[in-house]
Ligand binder design. Structure first.
Ligand code: FMN
Length: 202
């Protein structure tokens, strides 16, 4: 590959990173990644810095009817345990939660499972799980799909976590929904880099 080709490839990567932004679940639809694209997406997702190579994460895929069933079961838990004191409100939100996986054809649960027996701080291992989520967003975008990184009630309620297949000692770093963007949202306000960066010693 010539220097010019390498440089234009790099420009393309940077342009993708500059253009990426989250696409909300309701703006995501089929088709999702093909089996080949999915395997590439997952391989890229797990290509993250990982102090001491502990692999302190795993992924759970929600596809096809499984995602509808998981949503229905989460909705049922919410009906009983949702934080809304008003039953009518709780029912309304239970309905919304039961449809959370109906939109995107693929949702990937990024499970953080730090090894607490090593000297590597748990925080660092959790950061690595966050990096998996971010890689998923970038790789999905580069493959031409929209994606969004969510958490919410289901990732913090004990019974909901069991429904999703989370085990003791594990937490959800994010649920990344992936699909074709029906519409791409406009740019949102981005951080003022100057305001957030200082130079040590100045
Ligand atoms: C760990 C984490 C959890 C999030 N959970 C939610 C959520 O539950 N609901 C929500 O509306 N946004 C949530 N967000 C924010 C969305 O991902 C949001 O759309 C995103 O910050 C948009 O930024 P982007 O355009 O740079 O992708 C979460 C973000 C992070 C990092």
């Amino acid at each position: 590959m010539s220097d010019t080709e390498v440089l234009s490839d790099r420009e393309a990567v940077l342009a993708l990173m500059e253009a990426r932004r989250s696409v909300g679940t309701t703006a995501l639809a089929a088709p999702g990644p093909s089996p080949e694209e999915l395997s590439r997406l997952l391989r890229l997702a797990l290509r993250v810095p990982d102090h001491a190579g502990l692999e302190p994460w795993r992924l759970i895929l929600l596809e096809g009817d499984a995602r509808l069933e998981a949503g229905a079961r989460l909705g049922a838990v919410y009906e009983e345990e949702g934080p809304q004191p008003d039953p009518a409100q709780r029912l309304k939100w239970a309905g919304i939660i039961s449809r959370v996986f109906n939109h995107a054809p693929l949702a990937i649960i990024v499970v953080s499972r730090p090894d607490r027996t090593t000297k590597i701080p748990v925080f660092e291992q959790e950061l690595s799980a966050g990096a998996v989520c971010m890689n998923l967003l970038h790789a999905a975008h580069a493959l031409g799909y929209g994606a969004t990184w969510l958490t919410g009630w289901a990732t913090m309620n004990e019974r909901a976590l069991r429904v999703l297949g989370i085990e003791d000692g594990e937490r959800i770093a994010g649920i990344v929904h992936v699909g074709t963007a029906k519409e791409v949202p406009g740019e949102r306000k981005r951080p003022d880099v100057e305001a957030l960066v200082t130079r040590w010693g100045e």
